[in-house]
Design a protein around this ligand. Structure first.
Ligand SMILES: Cc1cc2nc3c(=O)[nH]c(=O)nc-3n(C[C@H](O)[C@H](O)[C@H](O)COP(=O)(O)OP(=O)(O)OC[C@H]3O[C@@H](n4cnc5c(N)ncnc54)[C@H](O)[C@@H]3O)c2cc1C
Length: 427
């Protein structure tokens, strides 16, 4: 099978086969055309098909080609932004609505997994946000207090309990979030696609939308070998947008993030690290994250691009840092590595854009897209079928706003992460 996912990705090696999907050829019609087969587009397709709406998904490459097939698999609740800051930034109706939607978003992921019998290593044992230092601990105390005031099942752990749950004594404490969990991200995307097809959706891979033109009161989405006419278009291309809507790309600063995965650890070693199966990441700006997969591989990642010299620097850092945190892993080889691009907005909040009459979509998940993409897909389905109005959306309706110094910011992130990892490899 042709795949355009990174050849060395652990997820590509262990996900179930994708459902059969062929390129679009000739003319097609649908009530709704969706562009992009990541979590957002696939969840929208599933929920629309379940409502009996005819829906066609056009994917430029393969199912889960974008962030959905490359991420860490931490199914988080909420955003990076502190809970109380959401209403403060977005205003009360949108802020509260977004907060409530995202606080409960992991539930939708795990419900879909159960309902459709998805084979995607779904584990809901919570996540650990680790305090890297005293400042990080203060940030987590604030976050914990704000979530607890909203009755969220989060708990601040002391350094001793954090050491027990991670297997390393390097952290000052942790925020345990019991709403969250882990998943095999590409498997989840492929299984969402399978569920959407079973519900009646059509998915065409290798079918990039290259042009969108008016067809009376409808829209016609053109691909290299065909076209689909639909009354509404959902744009779910996010940070992997190609060909169309360059304005979506231009409002995002790309943050590259890599992961390395070891061979499956022997049980005697595996039990010494994350013994209760949590996913974890720390409070540093250039953060480190780690988790295990179903076979007990240890997956270790941070900010950076695995290209050229950067790849060597990050590999060296990852080995040294992993062995410093977990000396018992000395000599355990990395067998897989991959990276992807996270689309960051200036305020770290996602966007709901109306790109033209009846053309709309969410984007800009800032590295929090598994649960948000899934719930936003359902919101898009409800919006497209007029079950919710613009006034009822969790975000205001906006136009993309290009970032002027995006190139400089992206270069700063890429080279800054490399410089930091090079330095840290030797001190
Ligand atoms: C390395 C990494 C780690 C991450 N870790 C986490 C994590 O642990 N937890 C978490 O919640 N989130 C994480 N994220 C973020 C999360 O993966 C994304 O937010 C999420 O996958 C976005 O889903 P999406 O459906 O909106 O977009 P995508 O999954 O990016 O899908 C967009 C799709 O649109 C297609 N496309 C683009 N242009 C066209 C076109 N013209 N025609 C047809 N198709 C087109 C692309 O090929 C792609 O398949 C991470 C992201 C990365 C990259």
């Amino acid at each position: 099978m042709t795949t355009f996912l990174p050849a060395d990705s652990l997820w590509a090696a262990t996900a179930p086969q994708p459902p059969k999907a062929l390129p679009l050829e000739g003319a097609g019609t649908a009530d709704i055309a969706i562009v992009g087969a990541g979590y957002t587009g696939l969840s929208a397709a599933l929920h629309l098909a379940q409502q009996g709406v005819s829906v066609v998904v056009l994917e430029a490459m393969e199912i889960g080609h974008g962030g959905s097939g490359r991420n860490k698999g931490l199914v988080n609740a909420g955003m990076w932004v502190l809970p109380d800051d959401l209403p403060a930034t977005l205003g009360a109706p949108h802020g509260e609505r977004l907060l409530n939607l995202l606080a409960d978003a992991p539930s939708l992921v795990y419900e879909l997994v159960d309902r459709h019998g998805m084979n995607c290593e779904a584990v809901r044992k919570g996540t650990l946000h680790l305090a890297a230092d005293a400042t990080g601990l203060k940030q987590l105390q604030t976050r914990a207090a704000q979530w607890q005031a909203r009755n969220a099942p989060v708990e601040l752990l002391d350094a001793g309990e954090t050491a027990r749950l991670t297997g390393t004594g390097s952290y000052h404490g942790a925020l345990l979030d019991r709403r969250a969990g882990t998943i095999q991200p590409l498997a989840y995307a492929r299984e969402l696609a399978r569920a959407a097809i079973q519900a009646g959706a059509t998915i065409h891979t290798q079918s990039p939308a290259v042009k969108v033109v008016r067809a009376g009161s409808d829209w016609c989405v053109e691909t290299p070998k065909g076209h689909v006419t639909a009354s509404r278009i959902i744009v779910a291309t996010n940070a992997y947008t190609v060909n169309l809507w360059p304005q979506l790309r231009s409002e995002l600063v790309f943050l590259p993030y890599f992961n390395f995965a070891t061979e499956p650890l022997p049980a005697s070693l595996g039990h010494t690290i994350l013994p209760e199966g949590h996913g974890a990441w720390d409070t540093k700006k250039v953060l480190t994250s780690f988790r295990k997969d179903q076979t007990g591989r240890f997956i270790f990642g941070s900010v950076g691009m695995l290209e050229g010299m950067d790849a060597r620097v990050h590999a060296l850092w990852a080995r040294r840092r992993m062995e410093k945190l977990f000396p018992q892993l000395k000599g355990i080889a990395f067998q897989k590595s991959w990276y992807g691009m996270i689309g960051m907005t200036d305020d770290h909040l996602p966007r709901f854009h109306k790109l033209d009459e009846n053309i709309f979509g969410f984007s800009g998940y800032n590295g929090r897209g598994i649960a948000p993409g899934t719930v936003f897909g359902r919101v898009l389905a409800d919006f497209a079928t007029d079950r919710i109005s613009a006034a009822g959306l969790p975000l205001p309706v906006t136009q993309p706003r290009p970032r002027k110094i995006r190139g400089i910011q992206e270069a700063g992130i890429r080279h800054g992460a490399s410089a930091l990892h090079l330095l840290r490899s030797f001190i």
